[in-house]
Design a protein around this ligand. Structure first.
Ligand SMILES: NC(=O)c1ccc[n+]([C@@H]2O[C@H](COP(=O)([O-])OP(=O)(O)OC[C@H]3O[C@@H](n4cnc5c(N)ncnc54)[C@H](OP(=O)(O)O)[C@@H]3O)[C@@H](O)[C@H]2O)c1
Length: 294
């Protein structure tokens, strides 16, 4: 397949490029910069210049392809709601170029959107349209595109890691450096699921190739790593104390991350493993945190 990949220059997208090429596909990667375009060419991809704001660039990339993987997202969390809305418009534009064909559109969401009851692992089959996380708008845009005849599937991601980047945990490191302590909330037993970036990339390829309309996949290798274990790994790496925060201290310490820091959001990938014969093999989250250069 010729695959249009948005976010091709990002952490996960740059792992998806070789995953697709090594499996015999060709890649048309979206880039909004000269540096990104050069990196894509060096990786063996073709370049679609454009951006999430330039919806025509998204439509032309999708129109020129046999399938689309959408990984671009603006991670300025101070404008998270607006950036979720930008994602909605991008999914609408990509879908409009594919509607009425069976060419697949694989979009991205978070595993947290599948949590149904406290303590229960998120499942692929659950989606709460009233979930407090504004990122639900990406899945709602996917559902709307499916209703217009687009072959949409969703890859839900947990904390995606290697020894350099680890999802939201990467944002905790500068906070901990600045405050001189690493914090967790309460008893720190709330859990975040995780996957190695190469396993996530393989799952995107399998989702694209399988092209099952309406499917949701959880890219989960570890169902839940406790925030206390994560904080202790960061404390070892940064060589600073690990402390508990509660009440008003949580927002004061975590800032915008307070919304996520205390959430218990375990997630299962049992159905994904079965449906796509996907079996994660990468190192675990704590192993990657222990290998990080602090
Ligand atoms: N990493 C995780 O642990 C994790 C967890 C849950 C969900 N996700 C989701 O997975 C997807 C990929 O994440 P990632 O970790 O690879 O993110 P990332 O490293 O921040 O990469 C983001 C990508 O989006 C592109 N991008 C950002 N704003 C753009 C814009 N306005 N127009 C065009 N391109 C734009 C970036 O291009 P430039 O190179 O030009 O900046 C880059 O290619 C996102 O949807 C993210 O929210 C990730």
């Amino acid at each position: 397949m010729r695959v249009f990949l948005t976010g091709a220059t990002g952490f996960i997208g740059s792992a998806i490029v070789p995953e697709l090429i090594n499996a015999g596909h060709s890649v048309l990667g979206l880039s909004r910069s000269d540096a990104g375009a050069e990196a894509l060419i060096a990786a063996g991809a073709d370049v679609q210049r454009g951006s999430l704001e330039d919806l025509d660039s998204l439509r032309s990339g999708a129109a020129a392809s046999d399938g689309v993987i959408h990984c671009a997202f603006n991670h300025d969390f101070s404008n998270f709601v607006a950036n979720c809305e930008l994602d909605t418009r991008a999914i609408e534009a990509l879908g409009s170029a594919l509607a009425g064909s069976d060419r697949p559109l694989v979009i991205t969401s978070g595993t947290g959107l599948g949590n149904s009851a406290p303590g229960q692992p998120a499942s692929e089959d659950h989606f709460d349209p009233n979930h407090p996380n504004p990122r639900k708008s990406s899945e709602l845009a996917g559902i709307a595109a499916a209703a217009r005849g687009v072959n949409v599937s969703v890859v839900r991601l947990p904390q995606v890691h290697d020894p350099v980047k680890q999802g939201l945990i990467s944002y905790l490191v500068p906070v901990a450096r600045e405050k001189g302590v690493v914090a967790y909330v309460g008893d720190g037993l709330n859990r975040w699921p995780a996957v190695h970036v190469l396993d996530a990339a393989r799952l995107y390829r399998l989702a694209l190739e399988k092209a099952m309309p309406g499917s949701r996949y959880n890219a989960v290798a570890e169902e839940g790593v406790s925030m206390r274990e994560i904080a202790e790994a960061l404390g070892r790496g940064l060589k600073i104390p690990v402390v508990s925060k509660s009440g008003d201290e949580v927002a004061e310490y975590f800032g915008w991350l307070a919304m996520f820091a205390g959430w218990d959001m375990p997630a299962s990938s049992a159905l994904t493993q079965q449906r796509l014969n996907w079996h994660p093999t990468g190192p675990g989250l704590i192993a990657d945190l222990d290998r990080m250069q602090y």
